[in-house]
Design a protein around this ligand. Structure first.
Ligand SMILES: Cc1cc2nc3c(=O)[nH]c(=O)nc-3n(C[C@H](O)[C@H](O)[C@H](O)COP(=O)(O)O)c2cc1C
Length: 193
C-alpha cells in the first residue's frame, strides 16, 4: 500500500474479525515500531505481545472503548473483539516524562501504519487498568504499562471528513453503522508566516 494512502486512510478500528494474527505479522509490527524516532535514540520502550486466547480474554475487560460510540463499538468477545494486544512498556520512574510519552507516540503510530498496510486494525488504548495489566502480564516492578494497542483483522472501515470548526470533531456512527472521524483541515490548523 502506498504510504500516502495509508497515512490518509488509517483509522482506529474497534470491530475485528476473529481470525487470529500470526506471530510473523505481530513481529513485523514490532519490527516497524522499534525503528521509529525516539529521544536520543535511547530506545527505552519494551513490548509484550499478548496473543494467547486466554490472556487476550483476560486483558480485554481491563480496557475501555470509546464512550462516544458505545455500545455499538464496545467489542464483543468471540464476535468482534481484538484477537491480540501489544502492551507498550517503559520504566516506571520515567512513565510520565514528555520524552518517553513522545517516544510512545512515534512508535505506536508507526506500528498502526504498519498494521494498516497489512489489513490489520488497531485501537491505541490509554483508558486501561495499568496496574491490573501489569499483574496479569507478570511484569517486573520497575516497568510500567504505558499504553496497550488492541489488534485484529478489520471488520470495519471507518472514514474521515475534513471539517473547519473545532466544535465538529466528535466522531460518530451513522445510520449505516459507519464510523466517521472528522479531522480539522490544513487551513483550520495552520498559520503561514
Ligand atoms: C493517547 C491515545 C489514547 C487513546 N485511548 C483510547 C481508549 O482508551 N479507548 C478507545 O476506544 N480509543 C482510544 N484512542 C483512540 C482515539 O479515540 C482515536 O485515535 C481518535 O478517535 C481518532 O481516530 P483515528 O485514530 O481514526 O484518527 C486513543 C488514542 C490515543 C492517541
Amino acid at each position: 500500500m502506498e504510504l500516502e494512502q495509508a497515512l490518509k486512510e488509517r483509522r482506529t478500528v474497534r470491530k475485528f474479525t476473529q481470525e487470529p494474527l500470526s506471530d510473523a505479522i505481530l513481529r513485523a509490527l514490532i519490527d516497524a515500531a522499534r525503528l521509529a524516532s525516539c529521544a536520543r535514540n535511547d530506545q527505552r520502550l519494551r513490548y509484550v505481545v499478548v496473543r494467547s486466547p486466554e490472556k487476550v480474554k483476560a486483558l480485554f475487560p481491563l480496557t475501555a472503548w470509546a464512550g462516544a460510540v458505545a455500545p455499538r463499538r464496545n467489542p464483543v468477545p468471540g464476535v468482534s473483539a481484538p484477537t491480540a494486544f501489544i502492551a507498550v512498556l517503559g520504566k516506571r520512574s520515567e512513565a510520565q516524562t514528555a520524552l518517553l510519552q513522545a517516544d510512545c507516540g512515534a512508535a505506536i503510530q508507526t506500528l498502526q501504519l504498519a498494521a494498516w498496510g497489512r489489513g490489520v486494525g488497531c485501537c491505541w488504548m490509554g483508558a486501561i487498568d495499568r496496574e491490573a495489566i501489569h499483574k496479569l502480564l507478570d511484569l517486573p516492578e520497575e516497568l510500567s504499562v504505558l499504553y496497550v494497542v488492541a489488534l485484529g483483522y478489520m471488520a470495519e472501515r471507518p472514514v474521515s471528513e475534513d471539517v473547519e470548526d473545532p466544535a465538529q470533531v466528535k466522531y460518530y456512527l451513522d445510520d449505516n453503522d459507519l464510523l466517521h472521524v472528522p479531522k480539522l483541515s490544513v487551513d483550520a490548523l495552520v498559520c503561514w508566516k
